[in-house]
Design a protein around this ligand. Structure first.
Ligand SMILES: [Zn+2]
Length: 169
C-alpha cells in the first residue's frame, strides 16, 4: 500500500488522456481494498477502537503489527491481492466477462502492484509477486510511510498536475 490517494492520483495522471481515465484510477485502488476491507471488519469485530487502529504501524519489526487481529488472514489476503499471478488471472476473467473494462482494470491494478514493489521496504507482509506459487519477496527501496518519501511523492504529484492543468502533459 502506498496511500490510496497517491495510487489514484498517479493512475489518473498517467492515463488522463483516456476517455475512461476515472476507471483506471478506480481500479488502481482494488489491490488495497481487497485486503483492507476484510482487515477493517476484523479489527472492529474484535473490539479494536479507531485510536488503536491509528496507532498501528505497518512496518516490521513492530509489535502492534503482530498483535493485529486475524494477522495471518490479513497477511494472506494482502499477498493474494498483491500477487502478479492472481491479478493476471483476474485480468483475464475481466477481459472475458467485461471486455470494455479489460484495459483499465489491468492497467490500474498492475500500476498499483508495480508502485508497491518499490515502496514496501520492511513492510508487515512484504511483496510476494508470485504468490501462491512462490514465497519469494521483493525487498523494495523505501517504506511508503517514510516522511521524506511522502513529501517527495506529493511534490512530484503537484508538479505533474500543474503541468496537466497548463496543458503541458
Ligand atoms: Zn498496495
Amino acid at each position: 500500500m502506498v496511500d490510496l490517494v497517491s495510487h489514484a492520483l498517479w493512475a489518473y495522471a498517467l492515463f488522463h488522456h483516456q476517455p475512461d481515465a476515472y476507471w483506471y484510477a478506480a481500479f488502481t485502488l482494488l489491490p488495497d481494498l481487497l485486503w483492507a476491507i476484510p482487515a477493517l471488519v476484523g479489527f472492529f469485530a474484535s473490539g479494536m477502537s479507531i485510536g488503536q487502529l491509528r496507532r498501528m504501524r505497518w512496518k516490521l519489526p513492530h509489535e502492534s503489527t503482530s498483535r493485529m487481529p486475524y494477522f495471518s488472514f490479513v497477511r494472506t489476503a494482502y499477498h493474494a491481492s498483491h500477487s502478479w499471478l492472481l491479478m493476471a488471472v483476474a485480468s483475464l476473467v475481466v477481459a472475458i466477462a467485461v471486455p470494455g473494462l479489460a484495459v483499465p482494470f489491468a492497467a490500474g491494478v498492475f500500476l498499483h502492484l508495480a508502485m508497491d514493489l518499490f515502496v514496501h521496504k520492511d513492510s508487515f507482509a512484504g511483496q510476494v509477486p508470485l504468490y501462491p506459487l512462490s514465497n519469494w519477496k521483493v525487498k523494495g527501496f523505501v517504506h511508503w510511510s517514510n516522511r521524506k518519501f511522502i513529501a517527495a511523492n506529493y511534490a512530484l504529484l503537484i508538479i505533474v498536475y500543474a503541468l496537466m492543468v497548463l496543458g503541458r502533459l
